[in-house]
Design a protein around this ligand. Structure first.
Ligand code: ATP
Ligand code: FE2
Length: 323
């Protein structure tokens, strides 16, 4: 079985083609150039303008035509409504016109499943950190349960907003990481509430700190504080679940300092540390295609009416029948 997956939850448009043996045949991606934050309607327009080209790039890359595709999968949510709708309408059209079954998948579960496929992790605690999401997730009793999450903005959003306010670049993650290497730690608000996290206060405090400190030092303080918060919650999730694996997912997981902190903590608990290759860490179509294959092969089917987008689709709402 060959599945074509469409990802378009935010500013990236991706089309991936994956076999049911887990081979990625293509993983085309188009990033919307960003100067400010993401404007949902502009991002949706970007996806609509580029859908044809990205589809073609994926099919060409896999050396296939649509006739070879057995299943169309798409990100049903969570994400920005206008962007999700472009991906969903494109997926429905491809499905109807070519008479190919259609299946919607949860974006966050796509990150987890592609990570497990490519790293060999079998039952990890997943730390999913990106521009729009911050969740600590583990499988338990038929679902991917959220053990901790942000109560306000995502960690990537916090870093990106800080970088824009500081005028050092967009997206901020890579720039902040680089500057932090030359920085000295300064304390910033450390906000962990039970198993949940909050990043809006640290963002404001970091911006205010620029008046008194070098930007490098603020970057260092921001990373050390925010990453320590995430590491603490992940550590408690390991202690609670007694899982023996920790896996990273999402664009912020590219950060070497975060990788180092999570890896050190995991090893202290005798847990194995996994990180997928960079091109599948961030949003991509292959993760949607692979999650679609797993869902479809577990016997799940969706009628057209069931394919409405879900902006607040939670990871823990999905019955995971393929495990
Ligand atoms: P999602 O829809 O899952 O929320 P996204 O649209 O934010 O994802 P991703 O590619 O998963 O897309 O993540 C992008 C985020 O990753 C941005 O916030 C960016 O700043 C951050 N990022 C990228 N590289 C680094 C890095 N080296 N260090 C920290 N953050 C990084
Ligand atoms: Fe994502």
């Amino acid at each position: 079985m060959i599945c074509l997956g469409i990802e378009g939850t935010a500013e990236k448009l991706g089309v991936g083609i994956v076999t049911d043996g887990g081979e990625i045949l293509a993983n085309a991606i188009k990033h919307m150039p960003l100067v400010t934050g993401i404007h949902p309607r502009e991002a949706a327009q970007h996806h609509a303008d580029n859908m044809g080209a990205v589809l073609e790039q994926a099919l060409d890359g896999a050396n296939l035509d649509l006739g070879a595709i057995d299943l169309i999968a798409f990100s049903q949510g969570p994400g920005l409504g206008p962007c999700l709708r472009v991906a969903a309408v494109s997926a429905r059209t491809l499905s109807l016109v070519n008479d190919i079954p259609l299946i919607g998948v949860n974006h966050c579960i796509g990150h987890i499943e592609i990570g497990m496929l490519l790293t060999g992790a079998r039952d990890p605690i997943t730390l999913y950190v990106s521009g729009g999401n911050t969740q600590i997730i583990a499988f338990d009793s038929g679902r991917y349960r959220v053990f901790g999450e942000t109560l306000d903005i995502a960690i990537g959003n916090c870093i990106d907003q800080f970088a824009r306010s500081a005028g050092i670049g967009n997206p901020g993650g890579p720039v902040v990481e680089k500057l932090a290497l030359d920085g000295k730690y300064i304390p910033l608000p450390y906000v962990v509430k039970g198993m949940d996290l909050s990043f809006s206060g640290i963002y404001t405090a970091a911006v205010n700190a620029l008046a008194k400190h070098r930007v490098e030092d603020v970057c260092c303080g921001l990373q050390e504080t925010a990453f320590a918060m995430i590491t603490e919650v992940t550590e408690r999730a390991i202690a609670h679940t007694e899982k023996r694996e920790v896996m990273l997912a999402g664009g912020v997981a590219i950060n070497k300092r975060l990788q180092e902190m999570i890896k050190t903590m995991a090893h202290e608990h005798g847990a194995e540390f996994f990180i997928p290759q960079k091109d599948v860490l961030g949003d991509n179509g292959a993760m949607i295609a692979w999650a679609g294959i797993l869902r479809y092969k577990s016997g799940e089917r969706q009628s057209l009416e069931d394919t409405a987008v879900r902006q607040r689709f939670r990871t823990d709402e999905v019955d995971v029948k393929w495990r």
